[in-house]
Design a binder for this molecule. Structure first.
Ligand SMILES: [Zn+2]
Length: 302
């Protein structure tokens, strides 16, 4: 996990999941997210210590375990004032909610309660608005609402650099996932357009590298979302008599060359596909219908 300065105050640990850092003052420092697990945050703490950099605050962008899994260890090892956007904060304090919603609201089996879906509970000292400001000493941080990938994710804007978290993915991460995880397709697109308009000197995604010209990568994200939406609509149209959600997941994933390896991963794809479908339903392109006690999706026109 390499640490890289972007400005003289803002930097990030580049890894499978990026962790941002802001040197607020000689005595105060802020981490943006805490990585997947104890191992990840241990490396960060070691590096900060070696560079003699202060750590007093932790901002968590959203309640996905790969971004907060290291937070409980960090809180155990040092005094960090922890901030998170509302709703995400509720999940961080009750992390069983993620496996719960992925498992259709039924109590999740132990298999589902792994470190990728459920980290240790995090103490939240300050619940923030998804869009607003907070201060540490003289420094003013702007939170930017980037919902869509999660319910109430916030990016963080400081020193003209945006920590976008999973508001967009680096090109390699996009290709790896095939279908990015989202909970709301409309908001995902709005958040991408919002990032493009922010007057910043560059952005750090949650997965990928810092780029000064991040708009190119954002456009790749937008293009992929549009492509998935179009493919979903075509798949619904192609099946006479309606298609079930299960068949739709199977059709789209197979077409994209995705091989789903386990049930939790299946549920993540199913949630994302449901989110795209919701957008198509709102736009009067498709609808849910009940046939023979089956929930099917059919086009509104042929
Ligand atoms: Zn995420």
């Amino acid at each position: 996990m390499d640490f890289q300065w972007i400005t003289d105050r803002v930097g990030y640990f580049q890894g499978a999941v990026n962790i941002g850092y802001v040197k607020v003052s000689p005595q105060e420092g802020l981490l943006v997210d805490a990585g997947l697990d104890d191992q990840a945050i241990k490396k960060v703490l070691k590096s900060l210590k070696m560079q003699n950099l202060p750590l007093t605050h932790l901002f968590i962008t959203h309640a996905h375990a790969d971004h907060y899994g290291g937070a409980a260890y960090l809180q155990k090892m040092s005094e960090v004032n922890t901030l998170a956007p509302e709703l995400e904060a509720a999940i961080l304090q009750n992390p069983m909610i993620e496996p719960l919603y992925l498992y259709n609201g039924a109590y999740p089996m132990d298999e589902w309660r792994n470190k990728f879906l459920e980290g240790k509970p995090v103490r939240i000292d300050t619940v923030l608005k998804a869009e607003g400001e907070f201060r540490i000493g003289e420094a003013i941080f702007r939170t930017i609402s980037l919902s869509g990938h999660s319910y109430n994710q916030s990016g963080l804007f400081f020193d003209n650099i945006l920590f976008a978290s999973d508001g967009y993915f680096g090109v390699d991460a996009l290709e790896k996932h095939g279908i990015p995880f989202i909970v709301d397709a409309e908001r995902t697109m709005d958040s991408l357009e919002k990032i493009k308009k922010l007057p910043c000197r560059g952005a750090v995604p949650g997965h990928g590298r810092f780029e000064e010209d991040h708009c190119y990568t954002i456009d790749k994200n937008i293009a992929l979302h549009k492509e998935i939406e179009r493919e979903l609509y075509e798949a619904v149209k192609a099946k006479i008599g309606g298609i079930s959600l299960e068949e739709l997941v199977s059709t789209i994933c197979t077409d994209k060359g995705i091989i789903i390896k386990n049930p939790p991963s299946y549920m993540l794809f199913r949630t994302a596909i449901t989110a795209y479908l919701t957008k198509l339903i709102k736009e009067n392109q498709v609808r849910f219908v009940m046939k023979d006690n089956q929930l099917l999706i059919e086009p509104l026109s042929r």
